[in-house]
Design a binder for this molecule. Structure first.
Ligand code: HEC
Length: 135
């Protein structure tokens, strides 16, 4: 029997941790895009974070932690503004605020041992974070 229910049960759904690992990647890339004042890429990376947050709200409804995820929205809104203004020092300020919010939620959900920080090294050596000159 190949019921719709069975098909749904066999559909792959990323876990909360997998969504978070995805957010971790875009959080790191966002920093290096900003440091290079590559605002187009920075804007893209914030949208990737936003999309994954929305996916958590949609697909992780059974986890009580999901109810706290919306605390990230003001920090995402403010970093988006700094990207629009192309202001590096405001960007750094909002990025710190964003990172603090990640950790506030980790503390609020008893995952305080999961500490996020501003990355020091660009670990994606197969990606160029400088603005592309070919338009
Ligand atoms: C709901 C509030 C919440 C917010 C906001 C949040 N996290 Fe998380 N995060 C969690 C929870 C809960 C886990 C544990 C997930 C699990 O069960 O595997 C987690 C786990 C993680 C992990 C570990 C993933 C792994 O499996 O190794 C990383 C890295 C992480 N978060 C990064 C971030 C970053 C970066 C941000 C901010 C941009 C962020 N988180 C914002 C709740 C949150």
């Amino acid at each position: 029997m190949d019921s719709l229910e069975q098909k749904l049960a066999n559909t792959y759904k990323p876990g909360f941790g997998a969504f978070m690992s995805n957010i971790q990647t875009h959080h790191a890339k966002l920093w290096f895009a900003g440091q290079n004042e590559n605002w187009k890429l920075a804007d893209f990376e914030v949208h990737e974070i936003r999309e994954t947050i929305e996916a958590i709200q949609k697909f992780q409804t059974e986890r009580k932690e999901s109810q706290k995820i919306e605390m990230i929205y003001p920090a995402l809104d403010s970093i988006e503004k700094t990207i629009k203004f192309q202001n590096l020092s405001l960007f750094r300020h909002s990025y710190t605020e964003l990172t603090n919010t990640c950790n506030s939620c980790h503390r609020a959900t008893d995952f305080e041992f999961n500490v996020v920080k501003i990355p020091d090294n660009q670990s994606f050596s197969n990606q160029d974070f400088k603005e592309s000159r070919t338009k």
